[in-house]
Design a protein around this ligand. Structure first.
Ligand code: MTE
Length: 327
């Protein structure tokens, strides 16, 4: 299989943000931080910067994040940190669940830039630390349901993706946003062949703008461990976990449904929507129940909820759609 040629170090010059647009992003951030009401946020941003840039804490990969309590938080028993960070899907670092924790230390998360391209008024190339300081980081405890029928409850740290999208001002014709993960063969020695790398995922614009969709920089109050998608990933809590791309380097706005890695691999198994739905089984297993990985020694089997329990926030986006066809 031919692999897509792309990496964070391989950016066409036509897509580099003009300096003035970058400056503008910084200016807007300053005006956000400059308001009297935002003084508290400025203090938060300052301390966040210190802990992230401190070479010692960086070396321990456990720099703390200053967070504020977020909305949409579940009070269900949380999955312990060591389970959420040692049982992962991050195929770039190996296909077994314990491999990302062992192998992802090779991923270098600084310097790191994220490009915003395609149908937007303000295309950008943003440094991760600028993005991190753009809005206060909220702590949101979400249910996290994998298509393989296991689930966790994880406190993620980030802010709504809509904040960044609003800044970039999508053009009226933009209907979808594609998320591209990093591809760096030197830093990913376990990269399996047979996949159309880089990992890509996508959302419809209203899904991307839904306040639940989280641009995620941390979990458990710390910067994301590499195996969980450092330095920035997307979390879409009403969809199966594979919609939540890790280690994102590009957001591309488009008028067509973007290709996504798993949909390309097996379209009959992994649809573009992939909303958690106990009534639509995976062709090879039931989705009616899930194994909840939390503090119990043996994971409990519990019923799966429609939209992973977030119907109140998201069901209206799919009104009138046949969710059996649009799985
Ligand atoms: N993102 C990238 N770049 N590569 C991957 O292999 N796996 C996906 C998703 N994002 C994946 C990815 C899948 S299948 C799941 S279930 C979640 O990440 C797992 O996230 P977690 O390891 O933090 O639980």
């Amino acid at each position: 299989m031919l692999l897509r040629k792309s990496s964070s170090a391989d950016v066409p010059s036509s897509e580099i943000t003009p300096q003035h647009a970058y400056e503008r992003f910084r200016l807007d951030r300053r005006s956000f931080l400059g308001g009297a009401a935002a003084l508290g946020a400025a203090a938060i941003a300052g301390s966040r910067l210190k802990s992230i840039l401190d070479p010692e804490t960086e070396a321990h990969a456990a720099a703390e994040l200053q967070t504020v309590p977020g909305k949409y938080t579940t009070s269900e028993t949380q999955t312990p940190f060591n389970k959420a960070t040692n049982y992962n899907n991050f195929y770039e670092f190996g296909v077994e669940k314990d491999q990302p924790a062992k192998n992802a230390h090779t991923l270098q998360t600084r310097p790191w830039t994220i490009q915003v391209t395609g149908m937007v008024k303000k295309p950008l190339t943003i440094d991760i630390d600028t993005l991190l300081k753009y809005r206060p980081i909220e702590n949101r405890v979400y249910r996290h349901r994998c298509v393989e029928a296991w689930s966790m409850v994880i406190p993620w740290d980030g802010y709504s993706l809509s904040e960044l999208i609003n800044f970039c001002q999508p053009l009226p014709g933009a209907k979808y946003v594609q998320f591209l993960s990093d591809l760096n063969r030197k830093q990913m020695p376990e990269l399996p062949s047979g996949f159309d790398w880089p990992y890509s995922e996508g959302l419809r614009m209203d899904e991307a703008m839904n306040p639940l969709t989280l641009l995620t920089f941390g979990c458990y109050g710390q910067v994301l461990p590499n195996q969980n998608g450092a330095p920035v990933r997307v979390i879409v809590p009403w969809k199966y976990g594979f919609k939540s791309g890790k280690s994102i380097v590009k957001l591309h706005f488009t008028n067509k449904e973007p290709h996504t890695l798993w949909n390309d691999m097996a379209p009959n198994e992994y649809g573009f929507y992939s909303n958690v739905n106990p009534h639509v089984d995976h062709p090879r297993w039931s989705q009616a129940h899930e194994r909840r990985i939390d503090t119990s020694f043996i994971p409990r089997t519990i019923p799966t909820q429609m939209f992973n329990g977030y119907s109140g926030q998201v069901a209206s986006m799919y009104a009138g759609m046949d969710l059996k066809k649009n799985y």
